[in-house]
Write a protein that binds this ligand. Structure first.
Ligand SMILES: Cc1cc2nc3c(=O)[nH]c(=O)nc-3n(C[C@H](O)[C@H](O)[C@H](O)COP(=O)(O)OP(=O)(O)OC[C@H]3O[C@@H](n4cnc5c(N)ncnc54)[C@H](O)[C@@H]3O)c2cc1C
Length: 396
């Protein structure tokens, strides 16, 4: 029996009633977690059950996400779809400097799981989540439907309706946001010459380029650059696209086949002024968004879910009144969201530049990272367990 199933036994006589707007990876995972804690859940999304898994995207998962999926009994069923990487190679292409994060740079607890991180495709993730949700007797799936943002007799409403969140708008919550000059292109390719179980983050003047292993010779490319360039590249004939990609990859990496239609997206850093209004809660990208550098996005959304699980457990034990949960959630998440937003933003600004000052700052940083294991350990801990764990470690 999992910890969450065990917790469902501590239920109050009247189950919590929640409405979740948005069945993307955040809303669906939250729905499942809350149902396992005994809540009665209504999940709405304008997309149908067939449309939801269709997005062509792969996520880089960190150890904080691994722990959450394990606690929900989802890790083992996903195992055959998870591609582990044991090396994360950082290349500063302007300075021709390299460094590599390896298993030894993880904390002892994380080392036992044998990977720096994992790549997971959107489709198997969504298919498993939707299958589990269909089998939960306390979940009502209203997919292919829209619903109003009000409580309608529910104890809490969660808005997991993504970065453009109509619910956030309807609740009148404003956001701080910064639109990057850079956009981002994603594509799946067959590629030769990569190291075994290696993921790459290449720092280029136009923006970072991530090459993520998806099993065999298949890789997901997350290529940042001026938005107009990304859109033009996305429209290129496959052979021209592969030529352009080959020209920017490090020597030895050779893309052979384009496996899907490249898609270009604008990039934004944003944070809602408040993560709650009354009994309404913003969760996932409806509340915050960051640059995809370092693959932090979904992991950050799922740490929202982990926090909500902790708070709902307290509410189930009558330690926390439901009405106080949204405010406590907003307070608990603030620091993590601000730190990751700043970390990713600073990295993008520093490493997407030919400015002499930036190059002078980067040179010692890359040298020290390559030479000092403790520096790699601190950075990797911040990326994989969240920056707050580093703050706690330093202050203990
Ligand atoms: C190019 C790119 C690459 C990325 N790479 C990575 C990566 O490597 N690793 C990583 O961790 N993250 C990555 N991310 C971020 C990741 O995609 C997001 O963090 C993740 O999709 C957020 O999930 P979400 O469920 O919060 O929002 P979404 O995935 O946007 O889901 C929102 C859902 O809400 C639904 N919806 C919309 N309107 C309504 C409404 N009115 N009512 C109800 N539902 C509604 C939508 O149909 C959708 O299903 C990347 C992002 C981009 C743009």
């Amino acid at each position: 029996m999992t910890r969450l199933h065990g917790a469902a036994l501590e239920l109050k006589s009247v189950a919590m009633r929640v409405k979740i707007l948005g069945a993307g990876p955040t809303g669906s995972l939250l729905a499942l977690a809350l149902a396992q804690l005994g809540a009665s859940v209504r999940l709405y999304d304008p997309l149908t059950v067939e449309e939801l898994p269709k997005r062509s995207r792969a996520y880089a998962l960190t150890h904080s996400s691994r722990r959450l999926l394990q606690s929900l009994d989802l890790w083992d069923p996903l195992n055959s779809h998870l591609t582990p990487f044991t090396k994360l190679q950082l290349d500063d292409q302007e300075l021709n400097r390299h460094t590599c994060f390896e298993i030894d740079d993880l904390s002892i607890q994380n080392q036992a799981h044998g990977a720096v991180g994992w790549i997971l495709d959107h489709r198997p993730l969504m298919e498993l989540l939707l299958e589990r949700l269909k089998n939960q007797p306390t979940v009502s799936l209203d997919l292919g439907e829209l619903d109003k943002q009000g409580l309608d007799g529910h104890d809490l409403v969660f808005a997991a309706d993504g970065p453009a969140s109509p619910t956030r708008e309807a609740w009148g919550i404003k956001t701080w946001s910064h639109r990057y000059q850079q956009g981002c292109l994603t594509a799946k390719v067959l590629l030769r010459g990569a190291g075994p179980l290696t993921a790459y983050e290449l720092f280029r003047a136009e923006g970072p380029l991530a090459v993520l292993p998806m099993g065999g010779d298949v890789f997901q490319v997350v290529w940042s650059g001026p938005l107009r360039c990304c859109q033009e590249r996305a429209g290129l004939h496959p052979s021209h696209f592969l030529d352009q990609l080959a020209a920017v990859l490090p020597e030895g990496l050779q893309p052979d086949v384009l496996l899907d239609h490249p898609a270009a997206f604008p990039l934004q850093l944003s944070l809602a002024h408040q993560l709650q209004r009354g009994r309404g809660v913003l969760v996932g990208e409806s509340g915050h968004r960051c640059h995809p550098i370092g693959g932090q996005g979904l992991n950050l959304c799922w740490r929202d879910v982990s926090t909500l699980i902790k708070l709902v457990r307290l509410s189930n034990k009558d330690t926390l009144p439901v009405a106080k949960l949204p405010r406590l959630y907003a307070r608990s998440r603030f620091l993590d969201l601000v730190c990751v937003g700043l970390m990713t933003d600073l990295t993008v600004r520093m490493f997407s530049s030919r400015n002499l000052l930036m190059l002078m700052l980067r040179m010692p940083l890359m040298v020290l990272l390559a030479r000092l294991p403790w520096m790699r350990q601190v950075l990797l801990k911040a990326m994989t367990d969240g920056p707050i764990t580093v703050v706690r470690l330093l202050s203990s």
